[in-house]
Design a protein. Structure first.
Lengths: 218, 218
DNA sequence: AATATAGTTGACCATATGGTCAAAAATATA
DNA sequence: TATATTTTTGACCATATGGTCAACTATATT
């Protein structure tokens, strides 16, 4: 993960840390819902329940705050699939990957929405990151998948497309949560919705890879 | 499709029609990229290459213009899958559905992005539409899929989840186009990218439904 | 051609916006 | 306790924002 700004974390006080976290959390929600241009510093301050100038004390500009939020989000992403190796059991590794991404969509939908906004907008702040960090990651993960193919553990498959599929479907449940819930006639993204969704997806992905689905799959 | 505003199309002149279309087209791009709150009327006017007051002559407010764009988009959506019936061949119907959605993503990405923005924002303008129009559509399409299951044409599967999967993956290639292209190391969403993507997806979806993939599938 | 109507536009307005500043409050250091 | 430093905050500023208006131009209608 390359640094998006150039702060080497210059040892901050407890008060500063607390306030910064409140701001970052509110900023994540605000930017997620309205995008960078649509976000309002005053509304953001209200969310964080602090006066607006206090935000500018800790983050010089809206842009800088936005970058700080982006950085925080990206740092914690796609962890689960990092551990897959050519020796892994594909079914296990893929299931872990799917379930982790869906958990993130469920428990931190704002992160997914903020990222989606940045991509929709054309990734003006993440273009470099995409090629510098994300592409190598994808290539590396693709090699693992291709190793599974070579070992005939899964059928021949386009590895990048497989990764995109997992990303898009899991993130859909964060970004389009209102739609999904309305169409499923559910009130909230609760445990049962999550269960059904991840079971469906795991099953679907494994079948797509030519793997025998587990017995309990619907 | 229920009307989002109450215009019964009161017979407009050629000049009005032309200008309105220019505005709607520019508005689609502007709202798609920046969302409702992030969109700027002046920037939109520049895109349409007309003075700003001219916009307000044809559309009273930003909100009203936004609704007009939304309506135009929704009217043309999910056409292909409308024609599937219990008697259809599932493989053919699903393939058509996937390819149509991917074509829309490719040739009208702004529509997909605008819709995504509205959903991310919490569907403040489409909540009613979701339950009044979209849910019945999904239920109806789900019945067709369930009929296929009952006829043992496809394996037992959650029909709503299957629809969501097709939507999310196809729309991903519109909404996250920069990301997808960067990670695939492609310059543009051209014919070859589209071909590979739709072939992958059709194959993956058919396998997920327990259908024998076609011979030419990768 | 004269006149009415529809459509276009430069100048403008009230308000909201991101951001500043100086003073106050809280906290650390002596 | 006195002093320096960090953090918070109400008041404020220049600019950008959505929207208006009155004048102007183009197009129909007679």
């Amino acid at each position: 993960m390359v640094s998006l700004n150039e702060n080497p974390t210059p040892a901050e006080s407890e008060a500063t840390h607390q306030t910064k976290q409140k701001i970052l959390s509110a900023a994540k929600d605000e930017f997620a819902q309205f995008g960078f241009e649509g976000a309002r510093m005053q509304r953001l301050a209200n969310r964080a329940d602090i006066p607006k100038p206090n935000i500018h004390y800790h983050f010089k500009t809206k842009q800088q705050l936005y970058l700080a939020v982006l950085e925080q989000i990206i740092a914690s992403w796609n962890q689960a699939f990092n551990h897959a190796t050519p020796e892994s059991d594909p079914a296990e590794a893929l299931e872990l990957f799917v379930r982790e991404k869906l958990n993130q969509a469920r428990f931190d939908p704002a992160a997914s929405r903020l990222f989606a906004n940045e991509m929709i907008q054309g990734a003006p702040n993440l273009k470099r990151y995409l090629s510098t960090d994300m592409r190598p990651w994808v290539l590396d993960r693709a090699h693992v998948i291709l190793a599974w193919v070579a070992a005939k553990k899964i059928r021949p498959i386009d590895p990048e497309r497989l990764i995109f599929l997992v990303w898009s479907v899991t993130q859909h449940y964060a970004d389009f949560q209102v739609q999904a819930l309305a169409l499923l006639n559910r009130a909230e993204f609760d445990e049962s919705v999550a269960q059904e969704t991840s079971d469906f997806l795991v099953d679907f992905v494994l079948r797509g890879c030519g793997l025998q689905p587990k017995a309990n799959a619907s």
